[in-house]
Design a protein around this ligand. Structure first.
Ligand code: CA
Length: 293
């Protein structure tokens, strides 16, 4: 058990009404800054009565759609438009975001494998502990905006945990359908080190979106991300539907049930895929070729 609460301190009141931009200070004494440390940006927008939604991006630093969409949301949204509270953490693993890297250059930490974290651990573990105990614990629902990053590419997809709690299981599924990516994955979250595992531990509805990949963004992938995010805020009653807001499309639900749902190359080389993302394949089909340079 941890002996202390979080060592991170927000520069803003997370609970008061109105709109506030600020930082969460991560104390980390280093050669460059003996009494300082990273300043993680945060925004809280609280209007009338309603639920609290936590929107996170930059959990991995090389996944950009969510970071861009949340920065834009912070600039545009006002408390008068919000029934409830929106907590926006657009660059959760801020050192990794600055480096454009999946993991933190401070400690090699992968934030999305660091929950529940430790207030007396390394920087990434301290961030995870703060996010779980101070932000997720305040929320009724959480959206964690990911993308494929450097090593992956996704069709727009949403991952939710199968919950042992039937009410939360149904609420996760309803939120996934409202968010509206064409694909949805139901996973058995034995790995509670991820953010949506932290949400499950805290009894909070949570989605993990996967919005593109290859460590780049396109105008279409950013626009899609903003549309999905808007759908979700409408679903939770945080904002009203505008005439220009698109309705959610149908979601194809799939399951990932263990290691045999993945294919790995046994050798190094140049990978040439034999199929496109979204194609239907069967056992024994050619997945691709690995060319030995
Ligand atoms: Ca990711």
């Amino acid at each position: 058990m941890s002996r202390v609460n979080t060592r991170l301190t927000p520069t803003i009141d997370l609970d008061a009404a109105g709109k506030r931009n600020g930082f969460v200070r991560l104390p980390w004494s280093s050669h460059e800054s003996a009494y300082g440390g990273p300043m993680i940006p945060i925004c809280v927008v609280r209007g009338g009565r309603g639920p609290t939604v936590l929107a996170v991006a930059g959990n991995h630093g090389d996944e950009y759609e969510g970071q861009i969409a949340l920065m834009r949301l912070i600039r545009e949204i006002e408390p008068e438009e919000v029934a409830g509270r929106l907590i926006v953490l657009p660059a959760a693993n801020f050192p990794a975001v600055l480096a454009g890297s999946r993991v933190s250059p401070m400690d090699g930490g992968n934030l999305n494998r660091s929950f529940p974290g430790d207030p007396e651990g390394g920087p990434t573990s301290m961030i995870a502990h703060f996010v779980e105990t101070e932000l997720i614990a305040r929320a009724d629902a959480v959206i964690d905006l990911h993308s494929g990053g450097t090593s992956l590419h996704y069709l727009p997809s949403t991952i939710v945990a199968r919950s042992a709690d039937p009410g939360r299981d149904a609420a996760n599924r309803a939120a996934l359908e409202a968010f509206g990516t064409p694909y949805g994955f139901l996973v058995d979250l034995k790995e509670s080190r991820v953010l949506i595992g932290a949400a499950e531990r805290q009894g909070v509805v949570a989605l993990n979106a996967e919005l593109g990949g290859g460590a780049h963004v396109t105008p279409a992938s950013v626009a899609r991300t903003e549309g999905y995010l808007r759908n979700l805020l409408i679903h939770f009653g945080l904002v009203d539907r505008r005439p220009e807001d698109a309705l959610s499309g149908a979601v194809r639900l799939m399951t990932i049930s263990g290691p045999r749902y993945y294919v790995y190359a046994p050798e190094d080389g140049i990978f040439e895929p034999a199929v496109d993302l979204g194609d239907t394949v069967g056992e024994g089909d050619l997945a691709g070729l690995v060319h030995d340079p």
